[in-house]
Design a binder for this molecule. Structure first.
Ligand code: XMP
Length: 509
């Protein structure tokens, strides 16, 4: 495995992805991990990430200096390189000419990390500080016009530094350089496959849980389904999944999910219908945060009541993914402001005094889908687009009534059908409709109408942190709009949301 030390770069996840694309496992940890932790991990190599700080700032993040004496190869990128050079006795200064964006790299030594890289190659830079003087034992391996020491090596100690970012697409030979580091320098093997991951995860769950009981909130999404499958393979009938139908699912979805889950996951599942409870509590509520809080609370109550029927439960299995973890442990630990109180089962372990099992916590969404394929999970489940816990409640702007739920369900069903028929379902992160709280005037069959407006939201994204509106063909949008207005009474206008995230969010509430 490769250990990535997170100095706060916006590209950390990208470094991790690049390493994993070579079938090498890696993990991102904060700078303050201690040496024993690193020794236990037994990484074949360490990558020090970039970061926004300057090494001379008072509180700039630093790792234990002995990290360079462990005999493990190290690659420092940008700030990571500056930290290495500063620690080992070199000097870093504010650059006379900062470099942001493209820079042509002149490779002086086409061996080592620059094997198979041309003498002139494009790189991508983003730095205000540069190295002025190297510590003893280091030599320059590449330069750019403005940065004399753009790459360096200490050949005896296997320490490498890049001032540019090999992980971004714009560094044309970045992958070759990383490949050289992983395989030639660190001696990694391409053993990280989803099959091996599944084997290890199952063994680990078995060891952690022993003969104790586990419960899981099964939403029908890919993350919770795969968590259920892995846990089931590990401990069989000692796992009970609870599926709560909150009455806020898409058309026929509760029944469809029930069928698929039962058919493809031969697991002990308890289906709890709590539709009335949720809808009653939401009656008259229009504020998005109140909706979320109410749904979260009722979910916890319903889940807890059901869970209590199972004796001796000690663990809660959860489909947490890696981006959630990375987000909450940034190098600077700055708490992000609450944009939305996302509904999840985060409060459950505390309330019910349960220990957590999170087998997917080091995976990205696309890796989870690959894992689903390795586990031969049903295609429909693997490729199901994410669906928020509060469901349609946060897609009906304003008050939630049975009538409005029914309109949105019909509208949404048409959208999904057309998106699937058009071959876009798998390409989009999410595609859905939103019912607006205003009406507009229209004309149908020579008569005036005054009906609801529907918004279509379709986005592309890798991890929901950022998203762009999907450039769907006008013909397809036209067809969806036409069908919605013709087939769903109570609607007379369809609009397309062309906001990205940020500044918009994916959901409207
Ligand atoms: P936003 O709207 O914050 O959404 O851009 C990011 C992603 O999270 C989903 N989402 C939720 N998922 N419970 C969930 O399980 C929630 O309360 C919730 N709110 C938003 C959203 O669908 C998108 O994929």
């Amino acid at each position: 495995m490769i250990l990535i030390i997170d100095f706060g770069s916006q590209y950390n996840q990208l470094i991790a992805r690049r390493v994993r694309e070579f079938h090498v496992y890696c993990q991102i940890d904060p700078p303050d991990v201690d040496l024993d932790y690193i020794r236990n991990l037994k990484p074949k190599g360490i990558i020090l990430s970039g970061g926004p700080a300057s090494i001379y700032e008072k509180n700039s993040p630093k790792s234990d200096e002995s990290i360079f004496n462990l005999g493990i190869p190290v690659l420092g990128i940008c700030y990571g390189m500056q930290f290495m050079i500063d620690t080992l006795g070199g000097t870093v200064k504010s650059a006379q000419k900062r470099e942001y964006g493209f820079a042509e790299l002149t490779v002086i030594d086409q061996t080592g990390l620059f094997k198979d890289v041309e003498e002139k190659t494009n790189t991508w830079m983003s730095h205000g500080d540069s190295i002025e003087k190297l510590p003893p034992g280091f030599r320059i391996t590449a330069s750019t016009e403005n940065t004399r020491i753009a790459a360096t090596v200490h050949p005896d100690k296997n320490l490498y530094g890049f001032q540019f970012h090999p992980e971004v697409e714009h560094t044309s030979k970045g992958k070759t350089m990383l490949r050289n580091f992983l395989f030639d320098v660190c001696g990694c093997k391409r053993t990280w496959t989803m099959k091996s991951f599944a084997r290890d995860a199952i063994a680990q769950i078995r060891e952690t849980v022993g003969d104790k009981k586990v419960i899981l909130d099964l939403s029908g999404g890919v993350d919770s389904s795969i968590t259920a499958l892995l846990t089931h393979k590990a401990i069989g009938k000692n796992l009970t999944c609870i599926f709560v139908d909150n009455g806020l699912l898409r058309k026929d979805e509760a029944d469809k999910l029930k069928k698929t889950l039962k058919q493809h996951l031969k697991i002990n599942i308890r289906f709890v219908s709590a539709r009335t409870k949720f809808l009653k509590a939401l009656s008259g509520v229009t504020d998005p945060e109140r909706k979320r809080k109410i749904i979260g609370k009722i979910f916890m109550d319903v889940f807890e009541t059901e869970a209590k029927k199972i004796k001796n439960v000690e663990f809660l299995a959860q489909g947490t993914l890696y981006p959630d973890i990375i987000e909450s442990q940034s190098a600077f630990g700055s708490p992000t402001s609450v944009i939305k109180s996302h509904h999840n089962v985060g409060g459950l372990p505390k309330k019910m005094k349960l220990k957590l099992i999170e087998p997917l916590k080091y995976l990205f969404k696309d890796e989870v889908r690959l894992l689903g394929e390795a586990l031969r999970l049903d295609e429909d489940l693997i490729w199901r687009q994410p669906f928020p816990g509060p469901g349609l409640a946060i897609r009906i702007i304003g008050e939630i009534t049975k009538k409005r739920l029914s309109i949105l369900r019909e509208v949404d069903d048409i959208l999904l059908e057309e998106i699937k028929n058009g071959g876009y379902y798998k390409k989009l992160w999410q595609s859905f409709t939103v019912l607006l709280p205003i009406k507009s005037v229209g004309v149908m069959g020579d008569k005036r109408t005054y009906e609801n407006i529907v918004a279509i939201r379709a986005v592309t994204s890798k991890d929901a942190m950022t998203a762009d509106w999907a450039k769907l063909p006008h013909r397809l949008l036209g067809k969806i709009s036409n069908r919605i207005i013709n087939e769903v009474s109570g609607t007379n206008r369809v609009v397309y949301d062309i906001s990205s995230k940020p500044p918009g969010t994916i959901e409207w509430e």
